[in-house]
Design a protein around this ligand. Structure first.
Ligand SMILES: [Zn+2]
Length: 501
């Protein structure tokens, strides 16, 4: 909610308190967006340049080899211990490997475990700055100065002191991330126990009891592991920068089943505490074994080399040897399901959406003390259908349920604008369908019309009109909506059903 005194959009301070401040009433110097984006871009360039200068002091091959091993240790740790997944760190490794492979440098410094870790951490901070920059550009944050300034005479040091502070528009994103167990880097890490059974099942795919792998079927795998796959997918492709790192579009047409990636990696021995490397010809044999006639075209897609640095850095050639990263490959294997098997994944999304409508919404309302009547239609050949009527304390809610929640590119404003449009469409009776690349409008019964219907026909559906004097509409979605009300209709996340009034 904007400031109650002056109506300005509030700023939210850092976790864990997320204290709110009004830029106007609390006299905070918010920089005009155009100037802010320019300042933010300039300092990003500056920081990146500093970083590059530092990196160029290292011997290239040794540094990249260390980062590959760091990445694999990170993946092994996640695989074995199932800790909260630090998305930004995983992005940092892959972004770095890709960009260092492209770079031309050869310094004199030797990379080792500690300076590599330090370097990745520094880069991680740069990525955070970059993510903040996206928030700023997309209107989820403001650039704030400590005191008034003249933008024409700012030094770099002064620009670096400006802070990017998120606005209250960021809160639904934050809650949606939390709901999906994705946490912003700076928030205290919570143990993601909720997903552990799912993770154990995923692990069985490669480990299995007594070394016996369970049979792999991609459809079953998506069904069993949907939540984790969706979190991985949306979390690693949450903005344009991340998406550029995790671009697997060239895998299409080559990789028929994500398990082929694992088949290549599993052709080599995984050794505790050591990275696995193999001569190029052995790697080529593995490609032949898995991809048969397509082995030659598979090589430039799966193997990053100095001459071929643009593909995703899954297997990497350094000085004649290929680095095989088993657990990294496993994470990629998981991530490829929503990307390469779009139809299966979509089917599962639809199935879960239905489940939300039929079971989970019912449970939420009943738990909050409502009487719930599902799928209400006006007549046999219905002209309108209501997902549910929920009555409590003299108020009857006409409930519309949608499985809308976390998506890819969630940190970009247009995703939220589309969602707002779709939510308003439910109220107004307009549905948007994509026909090719064009959205086409279709008329549907509006929620306003459904409310009118319920007002005059509730007795037919088990609600006494002498008791339920107030009839309201509410839209319930999976995660947290960017708007909370439209034409007096409340729009809430499933978790907020108990707070409904
Ligand atoms: Zn104010």
């Amino acid at each position: 909610m904007p400031c109650s005194t002056c109506g300005t959009r509030l700023l939210i301070q850092n976790p864990p308190n997320w204290e709110k401040k009004c830029p106007t009433c609390d006299k905070i110097h918010v920089v005009n967006r155009e100037v802010a984006v320019r300042i933010s871009s300039e300092r990003l360039l500056y920081v990146y340049d500093l970083f590059l200068r530092y990196v160029r002091q290292f011997k290239k091959t040794g540094l990249i080899a260390h980062i590959i091993w760091e990445r694999e240790r990170f993946a092994r740790d996640f695989f074995d211990n199932y800790k909260p997944f630090d998305m930004s760190r995983f992005v940092a490794y892959n972004f770095l490997i890709k960009h260092l492979m492209m770079g031309k440098f050869n310094g004199t410094m030797d990379a080792n475990e500690s300076n590599t870790a330090e370097l990745v951490k520094t880069f991680d901070r740069y990525l955070e700055l970059l993510t903040d920059h996206i928030y700023l550009k997309e209107g989820f944050a403001e650039l704030v100065a400590d005191m008034p300034f003249d933008s024409s005479s700012l030094t770099v040091q002064e620009k670096l002191r400006f802070r990017i502070i998120r606005t209250e528009d960021y809160l639904p994103l934050l809650r949606t991330y939390a709901n999906n167990q994705i946490y912003p880097e700076e928030e205290a890490k919570k143990i993601t126990e909720g997903y552990r059974p799912e993770w154990e099942r995923i692990k069985q795919k490669v480990e299995g009891e007594q070394g016996k792998k369970i049979a792999y079927n991609p459809r079953v795998f998506i069904h069993n592991s949907y939540s984790i796959l969706n979190v991985l997918y949306c979390g690693l492709i949450k903005n344009a920068i991340y998406a550029e790192t995790f671009d697997f579009s060239n895998y299409e047409g080559l990789v028929e089943e994500p398990s082929q990636i694992m088949d290549v990696a599993n052709g080599f021995l995984l050794v505790a505490e050591y990275p696995t490397v193999t001569p190029l010809h052995e790697f080529r044999n593995a490609l032949k074994r898995v991809f048969k006639g397509k082995a030659i075209s598979a090589e430039p897609i799966l193997l990053v080399t100095e001459k071929n640095p643009a593909t995703f850095p899954l297997f990497i050639l350094l000085e004649g040897n290929v680095f095989i990263s088993h657990r990294t490959a496993f994470l990629v294997f998981a991530l490829l399901h929503p990307i390469l098997l779009k139809d299966y994944f979509h089917d599962e999304t639809v199935k879960r959406s239905k489940e939300l409508e039929t079971t989970r919404a019912k449970d939420a309302f009943e738990k909050a003390g409502y009487t719930w009547v599902p799928s209400v239609t006006d007549k046999k050949k219905s002209t309108l259908e209501i997902d549910g009527l929920a009555g409590r304390n003299g108020t009857l809610f006409v409930v519309e349920v949608k499985g809308w929640g976390l998506t890819t590119f969630y940190e970009h404003k247009n995703r939220h604008e589309q969602l707002v449009k779709a939510l308003k469409g439910i109220v107004d009776g307009t549905k948007y369908k994509m026909k090719g690349n064009k959205p086409v409008q279709k008329k549907i019964p509006s929620l306003l019309k459904k409310i009118e219907y319920a007002k005059f026909n509730m007795n037919k559906h088990g609600f006494d009109s002498n008791v339920f004097k107030t009839v309201k509409g509410v839209i319930v979605i999976e995660d947290f909506p960017p708007i909370t009300e439209y034409k007096e209709i409340r729009i809430i996340g499933l978790e907020d059903v108990p707070l409904l009034k």
